[in-house]
Design a protein around this ligand. Sequence first.
Ligand code: BGC
Length: 465
Amino acid sequence: MSWGVRTGTASVERVDGMDFPDDFLWGAATAAYQIEGSPLADGAGASIWHRFCHTPGMVRDGDTGDVACDHYHRWPEDIALMRRLGLQSYRFSIAWGRVLPQGTGAVNEAGLDFYERLVDGLLEAGIAPNATLYHWDLPAALDDCGGWLNRDSADWFAEYAERVFRRLDGRVKMWTTLNEPWVVMDGGYLSGALAPGHRNLYEAPIVAHNLLRAHGKAVQAYRASGAHRIGLVVNLEPKYPASDALQDRAATRRAHAYMNRHFMDPVFRGRYDEVLVQMFGAAWPSFPASDLELIRTPIDFLGINYYTRNVVRDDGGRFPLPVDRPVQPGATYSETGWEVFPQGLLDTLNWVRTRYGNPPVYITENGSAFYDPPVAQGGAVHDPLRMHYLRQHLRVLRQAIADGCDLRGYYAWSLLDNLEWAHGYSKRFGLVHVDFQNQRRTLKDSGAHYARVIASNGQCLFDEV
Ligand code: BGC
């Protein structure tokens, strides 16, 4: 399926007379390095993000995750906030280096204890934990051995995953291997904007492949011991040609293969897209067929992170994506420069349904950074743009279900304002405002709206506002 030219603002159809399924899961998501703080506490080993943030010039304003939202200490307060929102599930990630400070070998029980306390606290509050094993924070000790470039990384990851499963499976019933392997590859090893900050075309396909192998091995390890569900989280961004010109259409196919099919085709179809092989040319290695068998080990669900779309115009040059993102007249853009385009979420869900056999899907991240003041004035944060974004994206979910997508739940990104990676604390995505001077949390209007959505199982999305 290819997406046609679509410009301008999205129009979202209203689906009358249809409710969200009773068991539709409403949640919110975070990631360890972005919120926890105390990255070296209680015997934890440093991660590549700790190192990256402490390297001058890599992160805006020299911000680090040393304190972040201090969730490492304030998790009970954060669970209370989740209850206030009415969350049914909470998606968080586990810091590999807290569990295995050197990445492999000796286990740091204190690290596992932290996550055990968190999981027990969630269960007591009636919130289902959804744990991600890898949200970008590779132990620095493993980076010293080549990180994801090392073929052994798949075994390192499976060893770590098994340790965590052994301690927490039974209480955690929803697992994710990797969060957004495309971003790890593109940001970490090609553009260099994210840790570990490499810029090397030849490294990118190797890293992608090892991440996929690591995912496959962890799923197999889980099948051997775990009793619940395990999946993968990818970020998908639909690509639309800026015009009907042949060059724009070809650039769109490349952009789509590079970002969306790079990880989906191997996992669901056991092969890489030919377009990728052509794009990377001499930088594309040959991979053993048995690797692809491992990679396509069946998963129980797919997590999709959706933020924006990309209108593609060929610019004749830069690799691997010789494309331009022309500004769309009349569109709203968030603080990260991303176009607000809810129709793209619907198109993405329908693309997954038709191309990959309608797997069970959760939206595992969706949200927006808009400006909020650093200090909540009068105990409130009015964020109409974020609220509008949330509402518009939630409304299309019901259309997706009506179209036949096996959509099981939605996690807003993010529960809390947090360290937005290389942007530091300058971009706020939270439903809950965090004052980073004193760690005070304040529910934003968007958070209050989300609480109403959950309480009405989505009904209030279709009320007049
Ligand atoms: C990541 C989050 C990030 C969010 C907003 C996703 O790519 O999983 O960690 O904060 O996008 O940029």
